[in-house]
Ligand binder design. Structure first.
Ligand code: SF4
Ligand code: SF4
Length: 424
């Protein structure tokens, strides 16, 4: 596609990346059928191709973002199904990232929107604050019907679990005669809302013969802020510094995450910090070591299994299948652990979780969540498994089938406890 950015505009590296993405789009429209918002809303402006038009016009002409343009960019889930489909290799991820940052810097959102986004950015990346916020939410949950006028607040109250879960240990977990040493991302929401995921991951890695360390100084990956167009470079630098100390100290075989949404961000640190000479090489090294837990487990010798005879409906998180292009590894791991695996219809479509999307766009997210839960329930499997906490929460609220993390099933099959959600 023809573009008319000026040399001065293209001197900005982020604009140059956006221009290259726009230029690659040939407007073939193949991406429309795989875009969840287009499938749901049927509006070209809520399709990848339509958004590319809008973003080009806004960025090329340096227009102030209008409410209409912001609406269509905000409705994008950043699920990257379009990037998987696109035959021209349009780098939609970095294009929409740049557009979101542009909007964030130049558009004054309505007061409620600003307040909700500010609250999410201030609370979610900090487990302590999130724990406190959820405790407060439990107190005011009975008032949830009164909050219907502000849907994001109503969704947050509705999502608050009835009981707090104990925090998982952040102590390094070592084994005698370890085959290697891996860092595990601690995450922000996961230890609060799904501590069983870290516990199962550590048991599994230890049993496979790997020391698991938690790097001092590590913070939230920055993905949630990034998704809202906010600056996440400080988080990236702090994590790169924390893991660089480990790499250059006792060494790391890999930097792992059991939340695939965070994995996309870790693997992007090299790109995000490419223009900062003090950080570029270190960030590229960290991104090179970053792996989803399924990638790492698929490449090592796993402990013997005790088959459980269950059928698993595999929900492929967008951040795994589209963001990291990991499609078959989790299924192969489950099958090797003795599970029968099936996949739902339209497995490529997002469940509507998408970082903070289910809070900021509750109506679209709710419809996508209902569709996904129905297609998974239709498989009549014993359990639904996924590799991303956000998907577990989004689907778990709607599906009749219990939802667990991939590592909980693998851990159980290899000598760990039965996942609590599978207990009657
Ligand atoms: S599939 Fe790719 S090239 Fe075709 S319209 Fe979509 S983004 Fe553009
Ligand atoms: S990232 Fe997902 S929601 Fe956004 S345009 Fe692409 S397919 Fe559509």
């Amino acid at each position: 596609m023809r573009t008319n950015f000026t040399p001065a505009q293209l001197a900005d590296p982020a604009t140059a990346v956006a221009e290259a993405a726009i230029r690659k789009c040939v407007h073939c429209g193949f991406c429309l059928a795989t875009c969840p918002t287009y499938v749901l809303l049927g509006d070209e402006l809520d399709s990848p191709r339509g958004r590319i038009y809008l973003m080009q016009d806004m960025l090329e002409n340096e227009r102030a973002p209008t409410p209409e343009v912001v609406k269509h960019i905000d409705r994008c889930l950043s699920c990257l199904a379009c990037a998987t489909t696109c035959p021209s290799g349009v780098d939609y991820q970095h294009l929409v990232d740049h557009a979101r940052a542009y909007v964030e810097q130049r558009y004054r959102r309505p007061l409620i929107d600003r307040m909700v986004r500010g609250l999410l950015a201030a609370v979610l990346p900090h487990p302590g604050r999130l724990r406190l916020a959820l405790a407060l939410a439990r107190w005011v949950k009975p008032l949830a019907p009164l909050s219907k006028a502000v849907p994001p607040i109503a969704v947050m109250l509705e999502m608050a679990p009835d009981r707090a879960k104990p925090a998982p240990s952040s102590a390094n977990a070592t084994v005698l005669g370890a085959k290697g040493r891996v860092a595990l991302l601690q995450g922000c929401a996961e230890p609060v809302l799904g501590p069983e995921i870290r516990q199962a991951t550590v048991r599994l890695l230890n049993r496979a013969g790997y020391d698991v360390i938690f790097a001092p100084g590590e913070v939230c990956c920055g993905g949630l802020a990034h998704h809202m167009g906010r600056d996440s470079l400080d988080a990236a630098r702090r994590n790169v510094a924390a893991w660089t100390r480990e790499i250059e100290g006792q060494g790391l075989a890999a930097i792992l995450t059991a939340t695939s949404g965070c994995g996309v961000t870790l693997k992007d640190y090299g790109f995000m910090l490419r223009g900062e000479p003090a950080w570029a090489d270190k960030a590229a090294r960290v991104s090179g070591l970053a792996q989803d837990i399924s990638e790492f487990l698929a490449g090592i010798e796993m402990p013997p299994v005790q088959p459980k005879g269950l059928t698993v409906a595999w929900h492929a998180a967008c951040s795994l299948q589209h963001g990291q292009k990991i499609t078959t590894l989790p299924i192969r791991l489950l099958e090797a652990a003795g599970f029968t695996v099936c996949a739902p219809a339209n497995a490529h479509l997002c469940c509507g979780s998408a970082g903070t999307y289910n809070i900021l766009q509750p109506e679209i997210a709710g419809k996508l969540g209902e569709r996904k839960a129905a297609s998974l329930d239709a498989l009549a499997a014993d359990v639904i498994a996924t590799g991303n906490l956000g998907c577990s929460l989004q689907i778990g609220r709607r599906a009749g089938t219990p939802v667990v993390h991939l590592v909980e099933l693998l851990d159980w099959a290899m000598g760990g406890p039965k996942p609590a959600r599978l207990n009657p």
